[in-house]
Design a protein around this ligand. Sequence first.
Ligand code: ADP
Ligand code: MG
Length: 512
Amino acid sequence: MGRSVGIDLGTTYSAVAVVDDFGKPIVLKNADGQTTTPSVVFFDPPNFVVGETALQSTISDPDRVVQFIKRFMGQANFRVHIGERAYSPEFVSALILRKIVQDAQNELGDEITRAVITVPAYFTETQRHATFEAGQLAGLQVMRIINEPTAAALAYGINRIASGHIKERKCLVYDLGGGTFDVTILSVGSDQLNVLSIGGDHRLGGKDWDDRIISYVEEQIKLEHNIDIGEDNEIIAELRLKATAAKRQLSGRQSVPISLKVPNRGGGPGNQSVPVKVEITRDAFNRFTADLLGRTEMLLRAVLDKGGMLWSDIDDVLMVGGSSRMPMVAEMIERVSGKKPTLHDPDECVAKGAALQAALLDKDEHVPQVAVGHVLAHSLGVAVMANGKPTIDHIIPSLSTLPCTQVRHGYTTTVDNQTFVQIRVYEGESNDPESYGKGPIGIFELDTTPARPKGRPNLSVAFRCDENGRIMAVAKDRDTGRESRLTITLQGSRTTTEANEEAQSMADAIVS
Ligand code: ADP
Ligand code: MG
């Protein structure tokens, strides 16, 4: 039947874990002997190289390497253009999944057919769906899409749960990865794990800290040598690798130099390369990234507020994600919370938690039985007219435990003899339809014949959302009994035609 695994499909690094015969989650090594694989793809169709080799290829072939694709998941208009072709974020993600699963199978000596895949807690349903499709495109049966912080908390909590003496604790997970920032507060009990509050920013992560180092180095080179390297893709690619490496070293050192050879276009004699060296101190680094850290601090506050909690309500603070290794993170958390955060298995715990969730779904009796509660990340609502202004009326609030159902009565028509109403479904917290850049996630119509004066029909809308985030909506005319249903078939980023074409390309792809 093949094995079930947990997959952490990260912005910068991905990992695969499996639960062993003793109920313990272990991360499977890739072909390079590493537990995590860079989420980077080098394009040479039909050959696609994923991982460290692709990452190193950014210097020689910056235009044929794709990184940080997770930041674009679910964006309908985003395509990666390489050569003649355009690729969707799902396709690129599927290549990464295929490679890491292939390597994991070799390590395991067994076929992998099913997977739980993790996403940031803050992902929308569209982004989750795009991830689901990427898994399918990679040939996996996707058992469930779960939140990364929930997976991390499950991996962290399971030992305490297994040892049987755990009082319910409130645990805050601070996950600062390569491209996303996620905060979640969970209650971890002896047989239950529940999400209490969620927040984050899916466009904030280690990459932004790297970008700041890159800008700083660019500026210093401009200042000291009057050379502008901003336009040079190859040098920027090299600088990006060096900036990331320097950032990591700064987690252990007070100062790190970056050396580069830059072409002297600044007016000097000829086109020779000039060696330049820029020293980056931890103080300078902390200073020119303070606003980024500040954004995570603000979001921490927002998540506590949203859950109606104070720092004194929190028992444990877990830091996960590679960027939590930056000393500034623990310092900030300690300053604002008065608690010592724990850096818990930051690279592997998400994959391990996903593997545990897969084992729980498989009813593996070696794993301590925990009921993992999943919640809706963003509110669901419909557009209505209120005082003559279009407004979003939220029907299922965010953080509702899944699966859930909610009915709202008392809707009606706004024009005399209106024979149909259009129901537009929105995902998010704002009340202003204009603020939803992507518009509604689903639209359907309800027949409101026979013609009646405005305000007379008595209409209701009900929503149901299952564990996998599938949303169903039913609108009803209570007077006539007529109803109209919509299963919101989230499209991810792709059209159906494109999905079919990509399935064919995937079948032809040689991934290594
Ligand atoms: P993701 O889940 O988004 O792929 P990870 O949790 O794997 O991300 O974290 C990757 C990020 O962590 C990268 O931006 C990487 O540069 C950063 N990182 C890894 N190790 C360190 C370190 N020692 N100090 C600072 N940043 C680090
Ligand atoms: Mg991660």
